[in-house]
Ligand binder design. Structure first.
Ligand SMILES: Nc1ncnc2c1ncn2[C@@H]1O[C@H](COP(=O)(O)OP(=O)(O)OP(=O)(O)O)[C@@H](O)[C@H]1O
Length: 260
């Protein structure tokens, strides 16, 4: 555990957070009897015509502290990515509040890099987007590319990113984000797409980031990655927080429930 963990400085506080998506133009199947019935039910509930709602996160509360690495687990569609996006300030809360210390950085497999630009240009773009100066990017460029391992099999960094495999893209995104120290770094599935060698490197980097007093959130279906990296786990199911506790305890309960 990180030394500074004893101070217990909160970095993220989620207080009864509810997130609701509104999907327009999702009426569907106008003519059928079931569609007509569901329209009537929706109108009774006061929903707007042609707008469906998805209540993706339901009353989640927790406090994250400096030096913690927190895993987020749960079956598909349980609300993990939605919760991270809300913490990053990318989604408004319907009810409840998220308080953060500094600006959390969200690193997802869909992080906005440009497919038509080379890996090289994307390192610069991603670095600037994270608030690094051009000098800082220049200084760290080599180590970012080395860390990503993109050039291990040839000069791929000078090719457009759309030519990368999904694993290569995810590795480059992680490497760019990991080049900077973060107060709160949130990683959505990035590790699962890399190979074992890269996973070990990134797990090591996550441990370093934690030592520099940051908080790391990791969403993953790979329980191995969660076990190796996190000391605390939040288990979400149907948008609700089912369990919040030490990794071994929560994973044991999750494995029992899911039969993994
Ligand atoms: N942009 C969106 N518009 C409407 N509904 C959405 C949107 N994104 C997610 N949802 C819905 O919100 C719920 C939670 O989705 P979310 O992506 O947060 O789950 P997840 O736990 O990260 O899933 P997975 O493990 O499959 O990545 C799901 O019911 C999903 O259909």
């Amino acid at each position: 555990m990180a030394d500074n963990n004893t101070e217990r400085v909160p970095t993220v506080i989620a207080d009864d957070v509810h997130i609701v998506y509104r999907v327009r133009g999702a009426g569907g199947g106008k003519g059928s009897a079931t569609a007509a019935l569901s329209r009537i039910v929706r109108r009774k509930k006061g929903e707007q015509r042609g707008v469906r709602t998805v209540h993706a996160v339901r009353g989640v509360s927790f406090t994250a502290y400096r030096g913690e690495a927190i895993g987020l687990i749960g079956t598909n569609g349980s609300g993990k990515s939605t919760l991270l996006r809300a913490i990053a300030g990318l989604l408004p809360t319907e009810r409840g509040k998220v308080y953060t210390d500094g600006q959390p950085s969200l690193l997802g497999v869909n992080a906005a890099l440009m497919g038509d630009l080379t890996g090289e240009r994307n390192v610069i773009l991603g670095g600037l987007a994270m608030g690094m100066s051009r000098e800082q990017i220049r200084d760290r460029y080599e180590s970012i590319v080395d860390f990503s391992g993109i050039n291990e099999k040839g000069d791929f960094i000078t090719l457009p990113m759309r030519t990368y495999s999904s694993g290569m893209g995810a590795r480059l995104r992680f490497s760019i984000a990991a080049a900077k120290d973060h107060d709160v770094l949130m990683i959505d599935e990035a590790l699962a797409t890399g190979d074992r060698k890269f996973q070990i490197r990134s797990e090591q980097r996550i441990r370093e980031l934690r030592k520099q007093a940051g908080t790391v959130f990791l969403v993953s279906h790979s329980l191995g990655s969660i076990r190796d990296t996190c000391d605390r786990v939040l288990w979400l199911e149907k948008g609700e927080l089912l369990m919040d506790g030490p990794t071994a305890e929560v994973l044991k309960a999750y494995e029992k429930e899911t039969g993994k």
